[in-house]
Design a protein around this ligand. Structure first.
Ligand code: PLP
Length: 445
């Protein structure tokens, strides 16, 4: 290399690795990743793509966007509050703090006073009991499906689960309730018909072979017309008379009634009506981490907790910490999104629309996650050309809009107000890329 070759000015690897910002990045990223970023910038300078003086800033910029996880944060502009493809409930600040603490050594299963082993997840259990007073005991497992498997296995393996034909539902991709139940070795004893089931149907089916009665909330669809079902309150006497546990799978996880969602079942009401155990998810309407919650009577929960399968589906310490903090901390992002003020949503949409030159239209959000089907959450959306959608998804921050009726709709219900500026910048970038790619008809260029 000649003495005056500009490549001589490219910073050396040890120089770059020694920069304070790079040293900090080495605490969160592997050595391989950091060295690859450094090498890439040096190579670009060697090829003359950037000046030697730009190597350092380009390393810093690249490290800034580098993350040890391949998961990309997304601004959820769909208006769907519990979006399964986006990881369902975003955690509250309190839950995030709790996860951070629980990431280290914590007394999840230790009594610091005596130095002996304690009941795992006692804090989450206490918080659940406080949040749902009719529950006399609580158990937390990995997710709602695991709770259902554990309940049917512990209460009914080799015996019958009596369930209405109207409740043999498919909850999500690959999750058909009847298949799940049969996989546990319990036999399904179907009663009634798809649209109508009566108390006498249950009464005729119940017998010495019955392991439990199961009520499932068909969370993701509604049956209308000539229908009838039997509520938990009507089944309680039958269950009591035969000494058979009555289990209610509610799905979405309201612990107490929510006036905004009057037709959504809640754990407290189901327990008061006579369920022995109620099953719900932690990451749907409760707004917490993925978890399966079981609330109910001490004897039924003890049978579940004592089953060997309980160990295979036990909750992670991070989930236990986040669940407790979700229950004891401030409002969750899910609650904020569900109860967002329509006027505020409209103001925010109009500000965004004005900034990017796009109209605002009425738009209904949804609860999502298989909850409250058909219940609209009235709000507003900024309407962009459909072609903006892929650009928004590919942008950083990534934005997920709703594509509907040949339009790309941005509903701000699930976007924290503090992210409005980032969203606007992302939309402006997407529209600029769109304008560069294809001239909009009728617009002078
Ligand atoms: C969502 C749901 C489940 C499954 O819960 P996961 O936490 O997703 O495993 C089970 N039953 C009902 C009624 C549901 O809505």
């Amino acid at each position: 290399m000649a003495l005056d070759d500009p490549r001589r000015l490219i910073p050396r690897t040890d120089q770059l690795l020694g920069l304070p910002a790079v040293r900090r990045a080495r605490e969160r990223l592997s050595d391989d990743v950091v060295r690859a970023v450094v090498r890439e910038a040096q190579d670009r300078a060697r090829r003359g793509e950037i000046a030697p003086g730009d190597v350092e800033p380009s390393v810093l910029a690249a490290l800034d966007t580098c993350s040890a996880s391949s998961l990309t944060p997304v601004l959820n502009a769909t208006g769907v509050v519990v979006h399964t493809n986006l990881g369902r409930a975003p955690l509250s600040g309190a839950a995030l703090d709790a996860v951070r603490t629980a990431g280290g050594y914590v007394d999840v299963e230790l009594d610091l006073g005596t130095g002996t082993r304690s009941r795992r997840g006692a804090g989450a259990r206490a918080a659940l009991l406080a949040a749902c007073p009719p529950a006399r005991d609580a158990l937390v497992v990995n997710n709602g499906a695991a709770a259902l498997v554990l309940a049917t296995t512990a209460l009914s393996a080799g015996r019958e689960v009596v369930i209405s034909r109207g409740e043999l539902v498919e909850i999500g991709a690959g999750f058909r309730l009847p298949e799940l139940i049969e996989s546990t070795g319990a036999r399904l004893r179907e009663v009634g018909t798809t649209n109508r089931t009566h108390l006498r149907d249950y009464a005729e089916a119940i017998g010495p072979d019955t392991g439990c009665l199961l009520k499932v909330h068909p969370s993701n669809f509604r049956l209308e017309g000539f229908t009838s079902g039997v509520e938990v309150g009507e089944l309680r006497l039958l269950a009591r008379a035969h000494g058979v546990p009555l289990v209610a799978d509610l799905g979405s996880g309201l612990l107490v009634p929510d006036p905004h969602l009057p037709s959504e079942p809640d754990a407290a009401s189901a327990l008061e009506a006579g369920a022995d155990a109620v099953i719900a998810s932690g990451d749907k309407l409760l707004g917490g981490p993925q978890a399966g919650l079981v609330l109910g009577t001490p004897d039924v929960l003890a049978r579940m907790a004592a089953h060997p399968l309980a160990r295979a589906v036990r909750a992670d310490k991070l989930a236990l910490a986040a669940l407790e903090a979700t229950l004891t901390g401030g409002p969750t992002p899910v609650a904020d999104a569900l109860h967002a003020d329509p006027d505020t949503l409209r103001d925010r949409a109009e500000r965004l629309g004005a900034a990017v030159g796009a109209p605002v239209v009425a738009h209904d959000g949804r609860v999502g996650g298989g909850g409250a089907p058909g219940v609209p959450l009235p709000g507003w959306a900024v309407r962009l050309p459909e072609a903006a959608a892929p650009l928004l998804r590919a942008g950083r921050p990534a934005v997920l809009p709703r594509v509907h009726d040949h339009a790309c709709l941005l509903d701000l219900r699930c976007v924290p107000e503090s992210d409005d500026d980032r969203l606007r910048a992302a939309v402006q970038a997407a529209l600029a890329a769109l304008g560069a790619a294809e001239p909009v008809p009728g617009r002078a260029r």
